[in-house]
Design a protein. Sequence first.
Lengths: 183, 183
Amino acid sequence: MYRISQLAKRFGLSRSTLLYYDQEGLLSPSERSEAGYRLYSEGDLDRLAAIASFRKAGLSIDEIRAILAAPEKGERSVLQRRLAAIGEEIRALKAQQSLLARMLRVQSGESLPESMDKETWVAMLRAAGMDDRAMETWHAEFERRAPQAHHAFLLSLGIGAEEVLTIRRLSESAWAGAEGRVP
Amino acid sequence: MYRISQLAKRFGLSRSTLLYYDQEGLLSPSERSEAGYRLYSEGDLDRLAAIASFRKAGLSIDEIRAILAAPEKGERSVLQRRLAAIGEEIRALKAQQSLLARMLRVQSGESLPESMDKETWVAMLRAAGMDDRAMETWHAEFERRAPQAHHAFLLSLGIGAEEVLTIRRLSESAWAGAEGRVP
DNA sequence: ACTAAACCGTGAAGCGGTAGACGGGTCAAG
DNA sequence: CTTGACCCGTCTACCGCTTCACGGTTTAGT
């Protein structure tokens, strides 16, 4: 049985955060002491571990509550939606970055971009002799062998979530036309 | 003389935002109509243009207020601090991204998607018609255009640090020898 | 037994905006 | 002159906590 500040310290959270989770009905202690102190059990601890890792992934309180209430129901879709949202956020931040760079008239990052973007990537593949059809094949292979990695890779090029889905769908159909599907 | 909703529409902002800017003393209309309506002048419009672009760069209300009060004073340093902060935010989001990717991978069972590795990557490129010489060219382009990203990418395929350096050194020399090539 | 420190509970306000409700003003057509 | 469609100003709540303030409880040390 842990008291609130002990539990907070153990998880690197603040007491206030746990008070807030209780208030929101996300994690209520399973017992109270005579004086009314919150007493957290081992089970509460497990639940908090789950909550903490979902929060680290940026899920909202509501989303976490929904997942914990019915994990089998829509956990995957919630996580995937968050993954897409993160891509958008990163893209927005990169836009801010370049806007600021322009304001500061600092061209430092321009000559050697530290992160890859779509245009540079395509230019590289073309330099290596790939044409449009080869790239299609490549996307289709990527989608077939590692859809998840394909998704993450496209996002890492700064491509927006919608366009990513479009590309993946095109990749699937390109491949479906070529061969029979393996689960 | 614009009224509040006209101005909002012209700038793609919401009425609430302009109300908030007034409340915060960031942009107060230079006049009021008899009925108490806010009336914005051309000067106000210019000021709002500045505010909007700073906001697009992610500056806080306080920071914008400070810059507009004394532009010569600390504008550059504020912008540079924001630029650094954006880097942090992107890093944090990327951490969330990989956490989520791991969660989704674990859930989906290990049947289909595993993270990308060197063999799968090479197989994909071969399927798209790339031969050894094309891959060499591609590495060379990668190294020339974005050395840092090249490094990060090789590591992401699970290639060891030493081998990464070997590949990069080969890429450099390949480029030196192929300088006149047309893509 | 007493005191002080460190803990606990509850309640409220604040951050940077955004979004909505509310009641009242304004302007057209009828 | 009235109806309706908008517009306006003001006020409030929301996100995910954090920080304050107040007063009661537990613990350690004397």
